[in-house]
Design a protein around this ligand. Sequence first.
Ligand SMILES: C[S@@+](CC[C@H](N)C(=O)[O-])C[C@H]1O[C@@H](n2cnc3c(N)ncnc32)[C@H](O)[C@@H]1O
Length: 330
Amino acid sequence: MDLTPFEPFLDRLGRTGLGPWRETLAERTAFRIGTQAHGDLPRWEQALARLPDLPSGRSRLDGPCVGIEGVGPLAPDLGRSLRDALMAMHPWRKGPFCIQGVHIDTEWRSDLKWDRVAGAIAPLTGRLVLDVGCGNGYHGWRMLGAGAWLVLGIDPTLLFVFQWLALNRYLVRDDLAVLPLGIEDLPGDLTGFDTVFSMGVLYHRRSPIDHLMDLRRLLRPGGELVLETLVLDREGECLLVPPGRYAAMRNVWFIPSVDALAVWLGRCGFAGIRVVDVTRTGPEEQRSTDWMRFQSLPDHLDPADSSRTIEGHPAPVRAVLIANRPESRP
Ligand SMILES: C[S@@+](CC[C@H](N)C(=O)[O-])C[C@H]1O[C@@H](n2cnc3c(N)ncnc32)[C@H](O)[C@@H]1O
């Protein structure tokens, strides 16, 4: 793969206030594409090349199932080759997506998270948005549906970049891309986003305070942070650092209480900090499906007590906090 599929997006980005960083982002994307040697890469490349041409349809970015509505059902052979090519990009974690009758029933009902977030944030109309750890870009499409001018999604997991490429083959937009970058790959002086999302990322970071500092620097003065993360559902300032796995995940480092998280945000220079949602994650939101056949949340909870993980920790609860970069540093 080369940079070609990312170029329309990079060109649009070049015409915004983020223009000075276009070349560096392009170089770093090219470097990541060129140096990632994942064993499944040939399978994903073949799947992308096998995606069939489809009759034109209407894009849907404003409902739970992102995708393309056709005028009628696809011919059975065409529907089968579309499904097979998309299925070759298993596992599909974030979604759902509906492409002309093919329903990608992903592990996560990411629309439920979007519903918890969308009503609480500043309107996205005309905004420059960064989505850190965006997965395959599901929420990015919803952000476009909500009127964002440009959404830069970054995620170092190459499979998710391929899934975005597959979807963009049909949705054909130059205002969203998933670049194969971690937050640490972004230029150190990059700034100017109106809204920055970090959803499902903080607990994976070994230095959560540095992550919050990075998010603040990426925002323009007055810009809005939307932070979604695992929390410990307890009063006061508490913190869980799992000694081993958490709900079978090896890379969970810090699970603060909501009060502790608000203190962290304040110490990192955010203002206007508010908690807009606290929700326990249930099997209606995260489960195995045909499109994600590995184990999922129900396998990682204590079968005798679903309020505990299999390791005995409190079961996953997630919070959404919103905060602003102050207009000027006091
Ligand atoms: C739990 S998923 C959350 C996906 C999506 N934001 C959501 O809320 O549904 C965490 C994502 O963070 C990505 N990630 C891991 N390390 C990262 C890093 N250093 N920078 C940016 N994203 C990272 C992972 O590849 C994964 O897609």
